[in-house]
Design a binder for this molecule. Sequence first.
Ligand code: ATP
Length: 320
Amino acid sequence: MKRIGILTSGGDSQGMNAAIRAVARSANFAGLEAYGINYGYKGLVEGNIELLDLDRLDGIIKRGGTILYSARFPEFAEKEYQLKGIDQLKKFGIDALVVIGGDGSYHGAERLTQHGFNSIGIPGTIDNDIPGTDFTIGFDSSVNVAVDAIDKINDTATSHQRTFIVEVMGRGAGDIALWAGIATGADAIVIPEHKYDIQGIADKLTKNRENGKGHGLIVIAEGVMSAQKFKEELDKHGDFDSRAVTLAHVQRGGQPTAKDRVFATQLGDYAVRLLLEGKGGLALGVHDNKLVAKDIIDTLENHKHQTDLTLLELNDRVRF
Ligand code: ATP
């Protein structure tokens, strides 16, 4: 093996750059060349591929976004485009591909593996919704962005005795809402994995008001409904002087936390070491604090991400 390709795909996340840097540097350390593929699978099919100049890696460990850019390219779900991608990889003499991305991006890596091209997935998404890993790169940073914003919202909520409904990202997963909600002392956390009880939430806010706590905080995952829609539902159950806020894309930007930087570096290096051992077709991650590498096809076909619902119970105990 001489050349490794790297691409980032799907929604960007903090820490993707740290992962790119780690794959390229570890590859170079082992005497391999690292090729960057710009704009995800779109760039792969178009042959937007270049040798990664080591100078481009300087200082990127602390930068959000991805120096390789990202793109949505639904056509890659079709075999014709997957085979075109493999042709491009062969044309550039690339022997293996490291894909940094979310669930959809993993499916692309799975297809390439099924067509015989050795690919490894590194979980890079703020959503934390990938099977085969407890955490994804970007999740910790994203939660911290949300917590910082919600703390600020809580200040004004307290001053005006208002109830804020804050919508956070996560696609179909409630992980960001759970972590951000617990970390900011939310009165209720509403996630897709658990049926919510609007009357119960309204009763809790009313009881809080009777006990002298006039402000409220509800953190809702985007996978349930918009903050605005939830506000309209809540307003039917009482007057809480409510306001809806959507944090949106700010959650995907900014500097990665130290945890994400270290995690990304570990996974990037791990991918290279596995490839050097002749392994591939893997989904990388962390489980019980240990790096893990699992068969990517089995992981995607037979496993689902499990949101830790004990966190919801935890919030109920400390925020009754
Ligand atoms: P995030 O969830 O953080 O946005 P993601 O990787 O899940 O990240 P998607 O837009 O779902 O984001 O997927 C990224 C890209 O992966 C798609 O634009 C497409 O090129 C490719 N992809 C998605 N699904 C498949 C599939 N079933 N087969 C092959 N490629 C796919």
